[in-house]
Design a protein. Sequence first.
Length: 266
Amino acid sequence: MAPLRAALYQGPGGVPESVDAALAGFEEAARRAAEGGARLLVTAELSLTGYAVGDRLAALAEEADGPSARRVAEIAARYGIAIVYGYPERDGTAVHNAARLIGPDGAPLANYRKTHLFGDFERSAFTAGDTPVVQADVDGVRIGLLICYDVEFPEAVRAHALGGTQLLVVPTALMRPYEFVPRTLVPARAYESQLHLAYANRCGAEGDYHFAGLSCLVGPDGAVRARAGTGEELVFADVDPALIDAARAETPYLADRRPELYRALG
């Protein structure tokens, strides 16, 4: 199986002037990513609206197949690139912190709702999702979705590894001073569950939040294949499924597990 080339767009902080402005940013990133040979573009958590939207959240929330989803699908099809983006999803009276995967032909492939909400803002603004593993295939690579804080729970990543995820995509809005997450924890998660992990953060300031940047794509051996700095950036890396088999043969964590010993952990 040929490697899948992925691009991570580390967008600037600040709430977009409008959803139209965010979509224009998606289009420019998709164009540049496609020109660089990528078949997958990953953007940050709530990249459609911005993170610190306050009272505007309810007005900005859309259904999963709403008008913005259709416009992202048009961008994906125009450039022949799959796109992961974050947005507030409305489902009846509930609003979820969600990430959506659109295929390179514009077809909707997956929609994930953040299961671990971080801090008072998220717990008051969003309803947590209850589906831990959401997946879809792009060019034969099984892609799974988590969002930001989710990846800090080893159980969430291990569930993806056991479920066959080869590339775990994590849109995020990580703030300072938690730079140890992309520098240390994310590589450890990729290594201990032996899968590829794409972590796409924001950068700069947005309201009272100061985002850490440091987006990265890490291989199943824990090696960082691509790393952004602290400013706006588009970084590329190849996701080779063969490396997963090699890593699991070298250190067989999954095969050597003894789950009967862990049941008391809950």
